[in-house]
Ligand binder design. Structure first.
Ligand code: ZN
Length: 360
């Protein structure tokens, strides 16, 4: 698929693995819709979607994807929970890391860096270990202890950066200027392509096509991947329409919810007040306009939930048997608020394992 700079239309080069446009510094993105070419359920991991994704995104695999879709009663409705925490490193990021690390291998990259609040770094470290790529991962010092230990356990060089989340990104970009490959889950579109497979599975497993899909939103990569995947299925006539995509942020850090509806903005929140939903703590998402457009095209919404609703939401999910981290629990208060007005079947993506969380 054609990849081009969203600002100046420079095409992605045939060699190397730049994370942003060398001409203008812009974001690279897919410049054409994804075309659904069918799947091959006999294969494991992302490889089952190789015909659609392309072979260069499907060489490194550890059995990611094929996560359980579990129906459960919520307020006398049946809701389907897509248990992405069952992926090999414990989060949905494995779909993206499998695609991105496969791409890096196709470009003969042997040494790469990433920055992350935790889950993307752990996924990258796991798949880099699998591929024999030397990994360095910058994390904010505040990232949960289990995630930092997980990254180190895979053999990655962990660099903990004091201060705000964005400082870890700044440190990674400085290292890139010294010549390293920056395998950023936020910048590289191959990562988002990996997430599209979550949509393929949801559509394949449900008895009828989905009415609405909830997902936590930080950068919005998962939401964009879902939009890409469901869009491909609609264009191919597999689904008649897109499900409403409902992106959920924490009110303590909700730039996309605020862009959607300024009344969601909380100007009184002091900078750094933050949220326990560490995976969704992204002050300036790279693809804000694309996320808003994708949600609008789906007929869905972007919303923020109050900080005090997040841990009780985590506990409500656990009482149903779903053990997730606080970031994943963002979907619960949003789900119980919007459910009465949504068409069946409703799906909530549970993004990351409770094993990864610090003590809350
Ligand atoms: Zn450009």
């Amino acid at each position: 698929m054609k990849i081009a700079c969203v600002d100046c239309a420079t095409l992605y080069p045939d060699e190397g693995a730049p994370f942003r446009c060398p001409a203008c510094g812009g974001v690279f993105d897919y410049a054409e819709p994804l075309r659904w070419q069918g799947d091959n359920p006999a294969r494991a991991g992302l490889g089952q979607f190789e015909r659609t994704l392309g072979s260069n995104l499907c060489t490194v695999s550890m059995g990611e994807a094929n996560t359980p879709l579990v129906a459960s009663g919520v307020d006398s409705r049946k809701v389907y929970f897509k248990c992405e925490y069952a992926n090999p490193s414990g989060s949905f990021k494995d779909r993206g890391a499998a695609a991105l690390v496969s791409f890096l291998l196709s470009r003969n990259v042997s040494n790469a860096i990433e920055d992350s609040s935790g889950n993307a770094g752990a996924a990258f470290a796991a798949y880099a270990a699998r591929a024999g790529i030397r990994a360095t991962v910058y994390v904010p010092e505040s990232a949960s202890g289990p995630k930092q230990r997980q990254i180190q356990s895979y053999g990655a060089n962990l660099i903990s950066v004091p201060g705000e989340r964005s400082r870890a990104s700044d440190a990674a970009i400085r290292a890139v200027q010294d010549g390293a490959v920056y395998a950023s889950h936020a910048w590289m579109p191959q990562q988002i392509m990996g997430y599209s497979t979550c949509a393929f599975e949801i559509a394949r497993e449900l008895p009828t096509e989905p009415g609405a899909v909830f997902a936590p939103v930080g950068q919005g990569g998962l939401l964009l991947g879902l939009a890409l995947g469901f869009g491909a299925l609609r264009d191919a006539g597999v689904c008649r329409s897109l499900p409403q995509l409902i992106g959920v942020q924490a009110a303590g850090c909700a730039p996309l919810a605020a862009a959607w509806d300024p009344s969601n903005a909380r100007p009184t929140a002091s900078e750094g007040a933050g949220t326990v939903a560490e995976g969704a703590k992204v002050e300036a998402p790279l693809r804000s306009e694309r996320v808003v457009t994708a949600v609008r095209e789906s007929g869905g919404t972007l919303m923020a939930v109050a900080e005090e609703q997040i841990l009780p939401g985590r506990d409500s999910l656990a009482r149903m048997g779903f053990y997730v981290e606080p970031t994943s629990a963002l979907v619960w208060p949003a789900l119980t608020t919007l459910l009465p007005q949504l068409p069946d079947p409703v799906v909530a993506v549970l993004t990351g394992s409770g094993y990864k969380a610090g003590l809350h």
